[in-house]
Design a protein around this ligand. Structure first.
Ligand code: TXA
Ligand code: MG
Length: 511
């Protein structure tokens, strides 16, 4: 009975949960990644956690077994201090030449763990920053996730095609939890992905989860279906759609040449919340691009989105699955409530883990230009591009009339929590607070975006909080501002639009 067996996550140590700083001899050498504790706390709600590490320094004589043990014990103790239980640490001390049984990617330790801890390896995951970690998962019948932290950036090209690649332990955790949700829903309805792909191939509309928001998909080359997307959303035809791919290999279907800057961004940030605007290939219908000579493309990170595109066999054009101008959906339930009657199927993949739409960057002009702040921080893009990004306001905007400031707006009026606005509490007034603060009493309802004032968490909760407040039919929603760094830029952009006061200095509107 596999159902009584536990799923597990096997974590590589150096470069995955702690910084890779060469041979670690003592606890003082250990530096955890900032996201590790929170990520493992989330994982352990559903998975047994193990560490599987390779320390060949021992057999070379650079490290002693006692030093390695000491470091491992420290890692486990630190995690335990934060409520994270590591069931076991497995360590191979051998060099590759020794041809031991336990070296990665041999599944020795995973099999051992499966026997001793009653694990279901088919429902387990391996996370690591080396291609061996991915191969290890394969050999054990588990699912591998490659992180770009540690050595990850360097060995990327050695990975087999279709490897799941994410930035770090936090994104790996998001992905694993989304994958688990997908498996759970598939168990209940094993045919749903085939049905969804079949609908798409027959001009159907399928709403599906991405890591940012839910999308409303149609096959990009099917103009009849794409036209239905515009109708279902009530979206004007002058506003172009984003096309979703399951692999950069699909780019030649959509764009001409891929410039070097685009390739570098793809290497760094795909799959993920980054949309690139590039000169389009002739076969992309004008309806999709609203007649522009460019097309917006992204590879989402949600496993269900990737599977759906793969199964359909063609790129999928998809705007956010909300009525034009309304708050974007971050759960399947939001989609059903807002658009349910107009679409053929909604795939449920759980709540979105980024929560705001993708960052849209144009590489079609003389200089890279940010067209929309979104789920990938502007600072991350600038680091890779080596330039300070110009925002769309300084450019001629590609879409004209779509720039109305009220996009993303709930039906309830939103005002700022500042003396310039009527921000006082009241029986018919809701509060959208960034973090817990003074003056939260007296409101009809209060939504706190992040208990610790963490911008990424605030982004995840933003749209769901707006949906909830909007459902109460209040007179007014009072919103706090958030700092405009990292994801704060995207949050403020959406909030400005919700207040209807985004001005000409705003980034491009989203619909
Ligand atoms: O995270 C996301 O991007 C979500 C999920 C579903 O992937 N999609 C999304 O799509 O937000 P949508 O249609 O709501 O927003 C697309 C944005 C719009 O602001 C649109 O004007 C812009 O991308 N866009 C699309 N094609 C473009 C092009 N060729 N040139 C400039 N902007 C473009
Ligand atoms: Mg949208």
């Amino acid at each position: 009975m596999t159902s009584s067996l536990h799923p597990a996550v096997f974590l590589d140590r150096d470069g995955t949960i702690i910084e890779d700083r060469g041979h670690l001899r003592s606890p003082t050498d250990v530096v955890f990644y900032p996201d590790t504790v929170r990520a493992l706390q989330r994982l352990q709600e559903h998975f047994r956690l193990f560490i599987v590490t390779h320390q060949p320094g021992v057999s070379i004589g650079i490290l002693s077994a006692a030093e390695v043990l000491q470091v491992n014990e420290h890692v486990v103790a630190e995690l335990r201090r934060h409520g994270v239980a590591i069931s076991e640490v497995y360590c191979c001390p051998h060099r590759r030449e020794e041809a031991c049984a336990c070296i990665k990617p041999r599944p020795f330790f995973l099999k051992q763990a499966a026997g001793e801890h009653e694990l279901n390896l088919a429902r387990s995951f391996v996370v690591g920053d080396h291609p061996h970690d991915v191969a290890l998962a394969d050999h054990a019948g588990a699912t591998g996730i490659y992180v770009r932290s540690g050595h990850g950036a360097r060995h990327r090209t050695e990975l087999p095609p279709r490897t799941t690649i994410v930035a770090g332990i936090r994104e790996a955790t998001d992905w694993i939890l989304a994958y688990r949700e997908m498996q759970r829903q598939d168990d209940g309805d094993p045919g749903r992905l085939d049905r969804a792909a079949g609908l798409l191939r027959n001009s159907g509309l399928v709403a599906f989860p991405t890591e940012t928001v839910y999308g409303l998909g149609a096959v990009v080359f099917d103009e009849k279906a794409v036209a239905r997307v515009f109708e279902a959303k009530g979206r004007p035809r002058f506003d172009p759609l984003i096309v979703h791919v399951s692999s950069p290999d699909q780019l030649p279907l959509l764009v001409g040449a891929v410039p070097a800057a685009a390739q570098s961004l793809i290497d760094h940030f795909w799959p993920g919340p980054l949309t690139l605007v590039l000169p389009k290939a002739p076969q992309v219908p004008d309806l999709v691009t609203a007649g522009l000579p460019t097309v917006a493309v992204r590879m989402p990170r949600h496993p269900l989105a990737l599977k759906l595109i793969e199964r359909t066999g063609l790129p999928i054009a998809a705007p956010s699955a909300n009525p034009f101008g309304y708050v974007s959906p971050t759960t399947a339930e939001h989609v059903v409530r807002c658009l349910g009657d107009h679409i053929d199927m909604v795939l449920d993949g759980g709540p979105c883990t980024v929560g705001v739409e993708s960052t849209v960057l144009s590489l079609a002009g003389p200089r890279p230009a940010m067209l929309r702040a979104g789920g990938l921080a502007c600072e991350d893009l600038e680091r890779v591009l080596g330039v300070t990004l110009e925002h769309a306001a300084t450019f001629d905007r590609p879409t004209g009339p779509g720039q109305t400031p009220s996009h993303y707006a709930p039906r309830t009026p939103v005002v700022w929590a500042s003396p310039g606005d009527d921000f006082r509490p009241g029986a018919r007034v809701g509060l959208l607070a960034y973090r817990p603060r003074d003056g939260m009493a007296g409101f009809a309802a209060v939504e706190v975006l992040s208990a610790d004032g963490e911008l990424r968490e605030a982004a995840i909760n933003l749209f769901a909080a707006l949906h909830r407040l909007d459902a109460l039919s209040l007179d007014r929603i009072v919103a706090d501002t958030v700092p405009e760094t990292g994801l704060g830029l995207a949050i403020m952009d959406r909030l400005r639009r919700a207040t209807g006061k985004s001005s000409a200095d705003g980034l491009m509107a989203d619909q």
